[in-house]
Design a protein around this ligand. Sequence first.
Ligand code: ADP
Ligand code: ADP
Length: 232
Amino acid sequence: MIEFQNISKTYTTNDRKITAVDQVNLSIDRGEIFGVIGFSGAGKSTLIRCVNLLERPDIGKVLVNHNDLLSLSKSELIDVRRKIGMIFQHFNLLESKTVFHNVGFPLSLAGVPRAKIKQKVEELLAFVGLADKADHYPEQLSGGQKQRVGIARALATDPEILLCDEATSALDPQTTSSILDLLRKVRDEYHITILMITHEMQVIKEICDRVAVMEEGRVIEEGSIFDVFSNP
Ligand code: ADP
Ligand code: ADP
């Protein structure tokens, strides 16, 4: 579903070079929940952003559904991107819009007719457990509720992949668990492949099928949770 083939990305700032991602190879299967864990600065965020080409690797290939992202035309890339949803640590909701319009926004942008948007948004708000919050504004919601809106919005365009960038890092442990339960439901009911980055071990242990450990841009361990974390 997602394949990183020997990708590297170096940033140059003030003549200093930082190799954020260093020769990474990973293969993530359809329907899998795959976690990337590591300390701050390990390169996790750069890696995940290579999946929707928010960052372009300098070398190597990124394949999504066997499409080589770097060789796609602009319009082909737009189609592939539409199949990739993303959620964020700080939720990135539009404060001036209601929950309903936040979730429907990607569909409005895509020119989907109003009636269809209404149907889809209502379905998604019911799915994330916020049917009664459609007319609320983000500032009226708790952190966990905001992330539920983020998840509903990410699902609006029927993605095949959901990228989670420290999606529970701003939440307390109990809220984190409820969001992880919801993500498991996203995978099970919508058959979406989930790639998440985090610095929290709880998250990896609770939900991921497989994990990669990153350090200084490199993947230093990879395997099932049991394989990677049951070292004596
Ligand atoms: P993580 O998500 O694991 O915290 P990042 O991918 O954000 O790691 O960062 C990896 C390294 O790349 C860090 O040293 C960071 O400072 C650097 N870096 C990330 N983005 C940029 C950028 N846009 N410009 C320069 N350096 C960057
Ligand atoms: P609002 O209704 O928030 O003032 P708009 O007039 O822009 O915003 O709404 C556009 C359309 O979005 C409405 O005609 C309606 O179909 C739909 N809509 C907005 N909020 C809701 C909601 N809570 N439940 C169902 N549909 C809604």
